[in-house]
Design a protein around this ligand. Structure first.
Ligand code: CU
Length: 114
């Protein structure tokens, strides 16, 4: 069962960036809830972009087996804008994710020295 299908990603890539500055209260967004998923998942990836104004980080993340995500590049909201101060574009990072499809939120992130 694919919970994070590629067509959705392609669709999202066509949307204006402003879509990703979505309200924090996702329960107020009908239709955005997805199948049951773990509360949190761990991932690793590379920071491709940071938008402090929108509170998002774009990650080229590796596959996340625990939630059946393939590797891809996608933007994530972060739980706190301060998290974006600890990383920069090009960093290899380890992150914790609250999975919710395209509304998934990164709840922690830290650079990894390879
Ligand atoms: Cu993804």
């Amino acid at each position: 069962m694919k919970m994070h299908p590629t067509p959705f990603i392609v669709f999202a890539a066509l949307l204006p960036v402003s879509v990703f500055a979505a309200p924090q209260n996702m329960s107020a967004m009908p239709g955005m809830s997805h199948d049951v998923a773990p509360v949190e998942a761990q991932g690793i990836g590379v920071v491709k972009a940071i938008d402090s104004a929108k509170g998002t980080v774009t990650l080229q993340h590796e596959a996340i087996a625990s939630i059946h995500w393939p590797a891809m590049t996608m933007p994530f909201k972060v739980a706190s804008p301060d998290m974006l101060k600890t990383i920069k574009v090009g960093d290899n990072v380890r992150f914790t994710l609250h999975p919710a499809g395209m509304n998934s939120m990164v709840t922690s992130i830290e650079p990894v020295r390879l």
